[in-house]
Write a protein that binds this ligand. Structure first.
Ligand SMILES: NC(=O)c1ccc[n+]([C@@H]2O[C@H](COP(=O)([O-])OP(=O)(O)OC[C@H]3O[C@@H](n4cnc5c(N)ncnc54)[C@H](OP(=O)(O)O)[C@@H]3O)[C@@H](O)[C@H]2O)c1
Length: 337
């Protein structure tokens, strides 16, 4: 049996292009004891994968040139040599960008979505949803009446951040790119206000939407969005630094050294600016996340949107486009047609 994979062909210096990927087909390895053979149904495409394409030092090892692109998938078990899994079961695993995979059973998890579609195990009920939940629970800690701002607000992390803020009784102000995403964030997700970061008057519109300042800024993007939010931060504001997608393809250089002014504001306003990787919260918060958010998704109180592209061969272009806002909702590739 053969499997198709997407390989990292070379490392991009700036924005990735199709030339940095290639497709390969190879024989599957034979199944050994305590292993399962998987058919991939959905591949998750996530911003962190841009970091894995780079050799720069980070919190995780890069994908080697010539290696399969890293990624989490939802799969069907097609053969099992493990007592823990049966053929036909739906599971999730870090198979990478592949059509099929042989995995050690210890690295495979059953999908438990409380009645939601299995694809949600990669989005609102998976890693991105847990990132929003952990960052808000541990660092953001929104309170009733406070103002919470989040960018990339139509995506899987930002959309849940805003809905968690609303559940806590806070005002949710979203930032998104373009009319359609802004309409979705306000009208369907129920944020109080939404600002288009592409507007030429973005900073003044944001200030007008936050008359009492900002108590929690969930940082997903950096760049000019951070410039707009920073002066609005209130005393004791919390800033969970989750992602900086505006600078993943290269540094955003304003030409000024802003560190002294930033440090001064951190001191004067007693700001909490705290970076995190979601895995640090797994041990203490994952069970509660699954129960709380799983129940709210199943009942329809938490809403989510998926952007599903068809075929493994579509993955590189969809991923490249996502880095500049080409996706609308959690980006998935439907692999097993
Ligand atoms: N720390 C962690 O453990 C962790 C885990 C998961 C994700 N993250 C981070 O969380 C962030 C959101 O992830 P996601 O999966 O929910 O992504 P996403 O929203 O599905 O996709 C990324 C979005 O970022 C926005 N964007 C891209 N470039 C931008 C720019 N220059 N300025 C403003 N917005 C820009 C675009 O939305 P618009 O068109 O609306 O601008 C784009 O759709 C990313 O930074 C990601 O790296 C961190």
């Amino acid at each position: 049996m053969k499997a198709t994979s997407i390989i990292l062909a070379s490392r991009p210096a700036a924005t990735p292009g199709p030339e940095h990927f290639r497709m390969e087909t190879a024989e599957m390895p034979a199944l050994r004891d305590n292993q399962v053979m998987l058919r991939v149904l959905f591949l998750s495409l996530d911003p962190y994968m841009r970091g894995r394409m780079s050799a720069a030092k980070s919190y995780a090892d890069p994908v080697p040139v010539g290696g399969v692109m890293e990624g989490e998938t939802v799969c069907e078990v097609i053969q099992s040599q493990s007592p823990s899994f049966k053929g036909g079961e739906i599971v999730r695993a870090m198979t990478g960008w592949r059509s099929h995979a042989v995995m050690d059973a210890a690295k495979v998890r059953h999908v438990d979505t409380h009645g939601a579609p299995a694809s949600t195990a990669l989005g609102v009920l998976g890693m991105p949803g847990f990132t929003a939940y952990g960052g808000m629970k541990v660092i953001g800690q929104p309170k009733s009446g406070e103002t919470v701002v989040v960018a990339a607000a139509s995506g899987p992390v930002g959309s849940l951040v805003g809905q968690i803020a609303k559940l806590a009784g806070a005002r949710a102000v979203g930032i998104a790119g373009g009319k359609d995403k802004c309409a979705y964030v306000k009208d369907e997700l129920g944020f109080d206000r939404v600002i288009d970061h592409r507007s030429t008057s973005f900073a003044s519109e944001l200030a007008e939407a936050c008359p009492g300042g900002v108590d929690v800024y969930f940082e997903n993007v950096g760049g000019h969005v951070w410039d707009g939010v920073f002066p609005l931060l209130n005393t004791y504001a919390r800033v969970p630094v989750c992602g900086l997608i505006a600078q993943y393809n290269g540094p955003v250089d304003s030409g000024q050294d802003r560190l002294p002014a930033t440090m001064s504001a951190i001191l004067r306003k007693s700001l909490l600016i705290r970076g995190f990787i979601n895995t640090e919260f797994l041990e203490h918060h994952y069970g509660a996340f699954q129960n709380e958010i799983g129940t709210l998704v199943a009942s329809g109180r938490i809403k989510y949107k998926e952007d599903i592209v068809d075929g493994l061969e579509s993955a590189p272009k969809a991923f490249i486009d996502m880095l500049s806002g080409g996706n609308f909702g959690k980006l998935l590739v439907s692999v097993g047609r």
